[in-house]
Design a protein around this ligand. Structure first.
Ligand code: ADP
Ligand code: ASP
Ligand code: MG
Length: 466
């Protein structure tokens, strides 16, 4: 029998009204898909609030998390009271929410006493949002007559202990997921599963990284050999750019796996970048749809469709620094590139992109702004001798830059496209600091000053939608 996994994002479960819309979609899908799994995010704003509680507690503030706890309780209770009129049905979700709010307070208290929040503690705290939201959704669905059961994905998704960005173990996740969910699916129950979180084999809670509920949807789709995964969000699908930057952005009916991978990697928040690979590798159909406009078809992600050669979308990653290792003596020093990226990796930083060096005498790449000091120090340590001998002149950090990326299959091999992008930026007086080597032929990335970010996106977007 066919299996569908549907993931609902934070705004789709952000208040009682949104949960009603989500529930309508679930009920209607269940008539076509008897084997239906729902993956849910925390209510919008909740993960941010939980993390803020943890960080303020670590910084010595013993009051902020208490007021955040009150807000979280109110938010969940207000939605529950609105959704459930029968007090008998209210009891269980209310007591679970109450218990998790209390857990939040006691974890934050511990962090406050210790004066630091470890990655493991941050995961324990930030996991609470999803563990509360599934209670609301499941209780409401049950009240409408659909059999639903809240399931914490700590029981399903087995990960390593790389807190805050844990890596799932596919075999164990498959075994646990099938053992736990198949009996429910066989009896027509809809599991309402937490997105975002997993657990180590020892049972310690982990998270898959911010925005990771999309990835959870993909992981469960693979684990259950699902036919389709539908990502429900608050826009009509993947758009030509972030509609918050360009309100005239248009929905794309179709994108290839490679195009959506580039878009997600280069900052389009609509889909977590890790979602795509497991889904492609298992031939699962992937759709992005709007909870608040479900009659729209959304965006279908397809294998190569042969319509290459045009710019389809533009995206931006903010908060970057561009680092340059340069020196005329570098040509004679063996292994500079390997040592450069080795030092960056040692500083636990991932490089967003490597740029086209203006000469062979420098290596340029970008890292997130917050990692800049650590990476610069790591590079100075690595190249201490070369710097002393002046084979390397300097390690330079250019701060406040962004990466703007134009995406479209085959674009890089289509004559004239790069030229049109540069002309568009030039006409708007935007200086391109560097051009980046994308990881595939699907994209062209440019580094520009942070103050030019939105204007650069708008200028390139005009080449897509005029
Ligand atoms: P959810 O909570 O449903 O996971 P997110 O906020 O993570 O939703 O992602 C959806 C948001 O992504 C949209 O509201 C939109 O502002 C933003 N976004 C950025 N780039 C794009 C794009 N190219 N297409 C669609 N949405 C985009
Ligand atoms: N709630 C988590 C976050 O805000 C995961 C998600 O929404 O995808 O990052
Ligand atoms: Mg998201």
């Amino acid at each position: 029998m066919k299996t569908l996994v549907m993931k609902f994002g934070g705004t789709s479960v952000g208040n009682a009204e949104a949960i009603r819309k989500t529930a309508d979609i679930i009920r209607s899908a269940h008539t076509d898909w008897p084997r239906l799994v729902v993956v849910a995010s925390a209510m919008s704003g909740v993960t941010d609030a939980l993390l803020k509680g943890a960080h303020t507690a670590a910084e010595g503030d013993a009051a902020a998390f208490r007021s955040i706890a009150r807000d979280l309780r109110n938010k969940h209770f207000a939605a529950l009271d609105n959704l459930l009129k029968d007090s008998a049905l209210l009891q269980k979700p209310r007591s679970v929410v109450e218990a998790y709010v209390a857990e939040f307070e006691s974890l934050c208290h511990a962090v406050n006493v210790l004066g630091e929040a470890s990655a493991r503690a941050l995961d324990a705290i930030s996991s609470l949002g999803e563990r509360m939201s599934i209670q609301l959704i499941a209780a409401y669905l049950n009240s409408t007559g659909l059999k639903a059961e809240p399931i914490e994905s700590t029981e399903l998704v087995v990960t390593d202990a790389n807190y805050q960005s844990a890596n799932p173990n596919a075999d164990l996740t498959r075994a646990h997921t099938q053992a736990r969910l198949n009996p429910l699916l066989d009896s027509g129950v809809v599991p309402i599963v937490t997105g975002f979180i997993g657990a180590t084999p020892q049972g310690i809670v982990t998270t898959l990284g911010r925005g990771g509920s999309d990835y959870s949807g993909a992981l469960l789709g693979v684990a259950l050999d699902a036919d389709e995964v539908w990502i429900w969000t608050d826009v009509d699908g993947v758009m030509t750019t972030d509609p918050r930057i360009v309100p005239a952005a248009q929905t794309l009916p179709e994108l290839t796996f490679r195009e959506i991978s580039e878009l997600a990697y280069y900052g389009a928040k609509v889909l977590h970048p890790k979602t795509i690979r497991p889904v492609i590798e298992h031939g699962i159909a992937l759709w992005i749809k709007n909870t608040f406009n479900p009659s729209q078809p959304g965006t279908r992600i397809v294998r190569d469709n042969g319509h290459g050669g045009v710019i389809k979308a533009v995206t931006v990653i903010r908060g970057q620094s561009m680092l340059t290792v340069e020196g005329r003596g570098m040509l004679g020093v063996p292994g500079v590139a390997a040592r450069t990226f080795g030092a960056v990796a040692h500083a636990h930083t991932s490089v967003s992109l490597i740029t086209q060096a203006s000469s062979e005498q420098s290596i340029c790449f970008t890292v997130p702004a917050a990692s800049t000091p650590t990476v610069v120090t790591a590079l100075q340590d690595e190249f201490r001798r070369e710097l002393e001998q002046q084979n390397i002149d300097a390690v330079i950090a250019l701060e406040n830059v962004v990466i703007v990326t134009a995406v479209g299959a085959g674009m890089r091999h289509t004559p004239g496209i790069a030229g049109r992008i540069f002309t568009a930026l030039g006409t708007h007086g935007i200086n391109v600091i560097a051009i980046a080597q994308g990881s595939s032929e699907c994209s062209i990335s440019l580094i520009v000053d942070a103050k030019d970010a939105d204007e650069a996106v708008r200028a390139i977007h005009r080449l897509i939608v005029s």
